[in-house]
Write a new protein. Structure first.
Length: 202
């Protein structure tokens, strides 16, 4: 594994459940100093955070168990950049299109529907057009993926959408993708996120 360059952004990956290793590898490939985050001390040591795909209710409960839900929310509200993918998008949303409550970080002004494309057997890979990331289309995986059903603030940018609705959005320093960009080897979303950190911290 290559050593990060001096001054590389320190990006944590929430390592409670989900695709942690895949995100660490992708972040390192694009030049970040990527580290696992399981404790408050580890959270305090990073410049930005990735919330990986996995099971959103499980991750939410573990955030409470590890006493990280409020600290993560406070850091993001104070300006820490964050990228949530799949379950991470669900956790970042301010509300869900469901009756059953679950723990949310709640910093992205959208409503999200879980499992919008179906269950595990309906998972698929697709080439997704993301003008922000250039050509060719981005190779991504949708696995029990959510979708944005309502955008609730004017400053939420829709960066990519499919027939069901937006699947990649950004609100200032908060990025959220319905898909898994870490599984296909196409690192452009990670590179764009890390590049935004360099512009802020450089």
């Amino acid at each position: 594994m290559a050593t990060p360059a001096e001054g590389a952004p320190v990006v944590g990956v929430l390592a409670l459940q989900g695709d942690v290793l895949e995100h660490l590898r992708a972040l390192r490939r694009v030049g970040a100093d990527a580290r696992e985050v399981r404790t408050r001390g580890q959270l305090d040591a990073v410049d930005a955070l990735v919330l990986p795909g996995g099971e959103s209710t499980t991750i939410g409960r573990l955030l409470e168990v590890f006493d990280l839900l409020d600290p993560v929310r406070d850091r993001v509200r104070a300006g820490m950049p964050v990228l949530g993918t799949c379950a991470g998008m669900i956790l970042l949303a301010t509300s869900l299109d469901q009756d059953r409550p679950q723990p949310l970080i709640g910093v992205l002004d959208v409503q999200v529907r879980r499992n919008a494309f179906g269950r595990q057997r309906e998972s698929f890979d697709v080439e997704l057009t993301v003008p922000e990331l250039g050509e060719p289309p981005v190779d991504v995986s949708f696995i029990r993926a959510p979708v944005v059903t309502e955008v609730r603030a004017e400053d939420v940018e829709v960066l990519a959408e499919v027939e069901l609705g937006p699947v990649l959005v950004r609100q200032g320093h908060v990025w959220a993708a319905a898909f898994h960009p870490e599984l296909t080897g196409d690192d452009r979303l990670h590179a764009a996120f890390v590049g935004s950190l360099r512009r802020v911290t450089g």
